[in-house]
Design a protein around this ligand. Structure first.
Ligand code: AMP
Ligand code: MN
Ligand code: MN
Ligand code: MN
Length: 273
């Protein structure tokens, strides 16, 4: 059974419609898929459950911060009808709007005109994020490419990387738990923390009620997998795996294209309802 428990659609910053994502997952041999858009469940609205594969696990990827580092927490197998998860989505959607206005002000001071209006025009639905600002920066000629826009304006640690509006880590974890979901720390190596700080983050995550980590996130090297596998066992956490698929042209994050979980970890799906 191939589980891909981290993917995005056009409802956040992915490029495929939900039903196109499902069709691609079938193509790539994925048996069980979680759509985990950033801070929204919109992809699940009106998504016709296909007969057979892929089986869908309801998921979400929440944005938050810990000690000034932006981090992402997946909620897997959440009950989409629960009031808690909708309270979380409402809060984060409002936070995104306030944050987008703030990013607009900051970019304005850096000589980028109409950034909030520009990014809003590119956004659809409840997600407005840094990728929209990056596209606006390219559109108005302030950046040469999306990559360049992230590197100079909105990437992690840059002026447009605004994080203070998000709900805090304990609140995020609580919403997921209250929705009968499993909180999983997404891509633990992406935050570029030292081993000591990563362990501190994991201690805070567990204290808040966090239950799992992504041991596999897309294509990573065997040393990274072994190291996260050890950490997972040491801390008695559940192990998740996913591609973090956003768009068809990204080679290292294709649906289902990643190594199996290392031996000895407990797969998160053993706890699915
Ligand atoms: P936000 O949700 O507004 O914080 O935007 C973050 C999203 O931007 C991430 O989920 C990535 O999909 C995307 N992103 C982050 N860094 C880069 C980058 N250097 N180039 C392209 N996209 C990026
Ligand atoms: Mn993204
Ligand atoms: Mn993420
Ligand atoms: Mn993601």
């Amino acid at each position: 059974m191939l589980y891909d428990l981290h993917s995005h659609t056009r409802c956040s910053d992915g490029s495929l419609e939900p039903r196109e994502l499902l069709a691609r997952a079938v193509d790539k041999g994925v048996d069980v898929l979680a759509i985990t858009d950033h801070d929204t469940l919109d992809a699940y609205q009106g998504l016709v459950r296909l007969e057979g594969r892929p089986e869908l696990v309801v998921g979400i990827e929440f944005s938050t911060q810990w000690e000034a580092t932006g981090i992402h927490v997946l909620g897997l197998d959440v009950d989409p009808g629960s009031e808690a998860i909708h309270a979380g989505v409402r809060y984060q959607t409002h936070a995104r709007l306030l944050r987008a206005r703030r990013i607009g002000e900051i970019l304005g001071k850096k000589g980028v005109p109409d950034a909030f209006a520009g990014a809003s025009a590119l956004a659809r639905g409840s997600y407005i994020g840094r990728p929209h600002f990056a596209r606006h920066l390219v559109n108005v000629g302030k950046a040469r490419s999306i990559e360049d826009a992230f590197r100079r304006f909105v990437g992690d640690g840059k002026a447009g990387d605004v994080k203070q509006h998000w709900a805090d880590l304990p609140q995020i974890v609580q919403w997921i738990r209250d929705a009968n979901g499993i909180p999983v720390l997404a891509h633990p190596l992406k935050y570029k923390l030292t081993r000591t700080r990563l362990k501190r983050l994991l201690a805070a995550f567990v204290a808040a009620g966090g239950q799992g980590i992504e041991v596999i996130s897309g294509q990573q090297n065997p040393q990274q997998t072994a190291s996260l596998g050890r950490l997972c066992k040491e801390l008695n956490l559940l192990a998740s795996c996913g591609s973090d698929f956003h768009a068809p042209d990204v080679r290292w994050a294709e649906l289902g294209a990643f190594a199996p979980l290392p031996a000895g970890v407990t797969p998160v799906w053993e706890r699915f309802r």
